[in-house]
Design a protein around this ligand. Sequence first.
Ligand SMILES: [Zn+2]
Length: 218
Amino acid sequence: MTESPRLSRRHFLGGLTALAAAAAVPHVASPAYASGRRPPRIYSAREWGARPPADALTRIAERPNKIIIHHTAFPNVEDFSLEYAFQNSRDIQNLHMDGNGWSDSGQHFTNSRGGFITEGRTGSLNALRSGRYMIQGAHCVGQNTQAIGIENDGSYHLGDPVPQAQWDSLVAFCVYACDNYRIPATEIYGHMDFNATQCPGGLHERLPELRAAVQARL
Ligand SMILES: [Zn+2]
């Protein structure tokens, strides 16, 4: 979770809106993906129906040097669908823009409990695909100009396990991001490594496992 005061998510829950025409968007392979493997499917902000940013976002003309893992601290839903991943992305954006007053979603990417990865802050996906620059985030004080942040939906500070699909997509995302941005697998951290927070809960204990799984595939 981001470090701003948490507001009630319920307040921002609206009715389900129509899904973006995800299937109509062709998969764009990244020319920068050094391994030559197929990149993981990452749904763009346009696909999940993001609002435009409230202000101009800042483009950092350098590669990030680390990945920071978060959890949303939202309830551990059992809805593992793509529709829920999209709705959750909209809920987070509404919370960050309307509740926190931010320009856009604070995190660069979001990983649902069903294992669907979505773009958070607008432009983060094109930046990642380029492998050359990043969009300044709002997910971890002191690291927003040098770390990309991924929110894993759920609350993992009370012992609940991370669904296997979510774990697998997190590994796949980190492999892709480390490869494209030339970030060593050792440079994957948890939010609590930098700020006073319980985020990302039990995922923090699994960072050594995550780094090893990513390293094995790089
Ligand atoms: Zn966090």
